[in-house]
Design a protein around this ligand. Sequence first.
Ligand code: CUA
Length: 341
Amino acid sequence: MGHRRIRSRASALFTSGWAAFLLSGCFGGGIQSTIDPKSDATRIIQSLYGLVTWIDIGIFVVVFGFLIITILRFREKPGQGIPKQVRGHLGLEIIWTIIPALLLVFIAIPTWSGIFRAYSPPSGNSLKVEAIGHQWWWEFNYPELGVVTANEMHIPVGRPIVIDTFSKDVVHSFWVPKLAAKIDSLPGHVNTVWFEAEEIATYFAQCAEFCGTSHANMRFRVIVESPEDFDKWVAKQKQPPVAVSDAAKAGQTLFQQKVCIVCHTISGVPGAVGIVGPNLTNLLNRKTLASAIMENNNENLVKWIQAPRSFKPGALMILPIPVNEEEATQLAAFLMSEPAQ
Ligand code: CUA
């Protein structure tokens, strides 16, 4: 291999390495960056992360500094012969035992205080949300408000949110990188994590534990909004959709005939009380479909209804009766109906 080829390979490797680093979201701008905290909880994690990183850099500089000095100063010189042989050094041994021990204590103090904070969720004005993992979507249940939704969790800004997470099937993991610590969602056991969002925005999130075929398609969004907007959203979640057009009316009939109601709930729609699949109340006001893997619009919804597995491999949404395009269009018209005021 010629020098030029080696050099171009090395430069390609270097460039692709940087590209991977930039794309990985290591930098603060990434939509799922873990080092761009937007809540009190992730700020604590970030400060620990920073502390440990700076201590590590200090250790690296000191150890490699001594190593380089030693290599240069004590390298073999011409005609030197075998240098003086020594064994062990009590003073040095004591120093390099005590220094790491002190560093560990120094790191342990803020770590413990962070852990204690994580294990003492607030009561008072906090809002409780149950985040329930399903293959492959998220259910969000607000027991105090009597509201259930799927894949897009709405929360008010500046109020402590206590997430109780568990699973209906296998192990999942609740992860909103900018807002909350990552925590496992286990079947038969509730894990709790809490945080207070600082900024009104939409946050990207996803399941962080391999849970089967469509694990990578088990995404969700956290929509942080003003308390007023949040209250409006809660009110809409309690209203039935109002089928206005003929297509929407036909869709409502189909929704019941095609046994969609066995798996799906829609507030105020008679018989639609299934809990196996996502709650579809107020679907019109969701930004995404199919656990945040695609934009919510009429066209995508029609395609999704006809063939969910072509978008989400292994999806458990079963169509007991085939749905043609016309029927899918009518169902979509019904599902996208404005909720009653
Ligand atoms: Cu659920 Cu991965």
